[in-house]
Write a protein of this length. Structure first.
Length: 322
C-alpha cells in the first residue's frame, strides 16, 4: 500500500503525534517490508513494528535476521521464542546472553532477534526487579490504559470520550505472564521464566491519550518496611544507567510522596517518557502493600524502549556497522 511513496505521502492525515513530522523523515521513501534483501542491504539493523499475523511476523523477522541484520522488535510474535531475549534493559540485559545460541539455530554470525515486552507491564514490572530481595510472591493488578496504545486519538475514537471499556484483547494474559519471563534466567541457551510472583490482572481502556497506570496489591515472602521499599525504588539502576546510554533515564524510577501522584498530566513525561513514576505505597488490610504506577506507553512502553534496547545491544557489541 505504501511502498514507493514518501513517508509523508504514506502517512497522509494519520499523523498522531503532538509534534510535527520531522523534516528529515518526510521525504524518506517507504520500502516494501517483503523486499528483504534490498532493505537489509541498506541498513545496519532494523526495528520491527508491523501489522501482520503472528506467524507472518515470526517468518519475516527471522528472514531479516538470516540476512545478518539484527532485528529489534516491538511485536509480540517472538516474545516466547525460548532463545529470543525479551528485555527491559534496566532489568534483564543479561538475557542478551542467549543471542549466541539463537545465532547457532538461525545459522547466522551477525543476525538475531531481540524483543521488548508489552507496554502494560512497564508501570509495575520494574518494581518487582527493585524489590527482588524481598521475594515478591503475589500480585493483583489493574491497568488503566491509554487510547494511544490502540493506535488511536480522541479525534478518530470519539466513543472513548467520557467512557471506559473493561476489556483489551490479549492484554491481561501478557500482563500476567510477561513479567515472569523478564524476571527469568538464562539456562542452557534459553530463557527460563520465573515461577514467582503469581500475577492476576485486569486491563481497562480509559479516556487518556498517553500513559498507562497500574493499581497493584502485592505480597512478599519477607515483608519489608515501606522505607526499605522506597529506598530500593529510587536507587534502582541497571545497565543503561551504568553505561550512560543516550536514551536512558538518569533515575529510572521516581517515588512521589504526594497522595495525588502520580498523575498522567503531571508525570507521564518524567525523564522524557523513559522513567517510571510510583506513588501511594502503603500497607494494605489484605495484602502486604499496595501502590500506583505510571509509565508512558508509547515512549518507554514502545518506541523509546526499543531504541534503548538497541542502544544496549550496541554497547554490548551485538549491533555494529555492517
Amino acid at each position: 500500500r505504501s511502498a514507493g511513496k514518501t513517508y509523508e505521502e504514506a502517512v497522509g492525515d494519520r499523523w498522531k503525534m503532538d509534534t510535527p513530522m520531522p523534516e528529515a523523515v518526510k521525504k524518506l521513501v517507504v520500502l516494501n517490508v517483503n523486499d528483504v534483501e534490498h532493505v537489509a542491504s541498506t541498513v545496519d539493523f532494523v526495528f520491527s513494528a508491523v501489522d501482520m499475523s503472528k506467524e507472518e511476523i515470526k517468518a519475516i523477522e527471522e528472514e531479516y535476521a538470516k540476512t545478518e541484520t539484527p532485528v529489534v522488535s516491538n511485536n509480540s510474535a517472538h516474545r516466547w521464542t525460548p532463545d529470543v531475549p525479551m528485555v527491559v534493559p534496566e532489568i534483564n540485559s543479561d538475557h542478551f546472553d542467549v543471542i549466541p545460541d539463537q545465532k547457532k539455530r538461525l545459522g547466522t554470525t551477525r543476525g538475531f532477534i531481540a524483543v521488548k515486552p508489552n507496554c502494560s507491564i512497564q508501570s509495575y514490572a520494574p518494581c518487582l526487579a527493585a524489590w527482588k530481595e524481598f521475594g515478591p510472591k503475589e500480585l493483583v493488578v489493574t491497568t488503566y490504559q491509554a487510547i494511544s496504545g490502540a493506535g488511536k486519538t480522541f479525534k478518530d475514537w470519539p466513543e472513548m470520550v467520557g467512557n471506559i471499556i473493561p476489556f483489551i484483547g490479549g492484554e491481561e494474559e501478557k500482563s500476567e505472564q510477561e513479567p515472569l519471563r523478564v524476571l527469568g534466567k538464562v539456562e542452557n541457551g534459553q530463557i527460563v521464566k520465573a515461577e514467582l510472583p503469581k500475577i492476576t490482572c485486569q486491563c481497562v481502556r480509559v479516556p487518556v491519550l498517553n500513559g498507562h497506570t497500574a493499581a497493584v496489591f502485592i505480597n512478599f515472602d519477607k515483608k519489608p518496611t515501606k522505607e526499605q521499599l522506597i529506598e530500593k525504588l529510587v536507587n534502582f539502576k541497571g545497565f543503561p544507567q551504568e553505561a550512560e546510554l543516550p536514551s536512558a533515564p538518569k533515575q529510572f524510577i521516581q517515588y512521589l510522596e504526594d497522595d495525588n501522584r502520580p498523575q498522567v498530566t503531571m508525570d507521564v513525561d518524567y525523564e522524557n517518557g523513559m522513567g517510571v513514576s510510583i506513588g501511594r505505597l502503603r500497607e494494605d488490610t489484605m495484602y502486604d502493600y499496595k501502590f500506583i504506577g505510571l509509565s508512558h506507553n508509547t515512549v518507554r512502553g514502545a518506541a523509546g524502549g526499543a531504541v534503548l534496547c538497541a542502544e544496549a545491544l550496541t554497547a554490548k557489541g551485538y549491533i555494529a556497522k555492517k
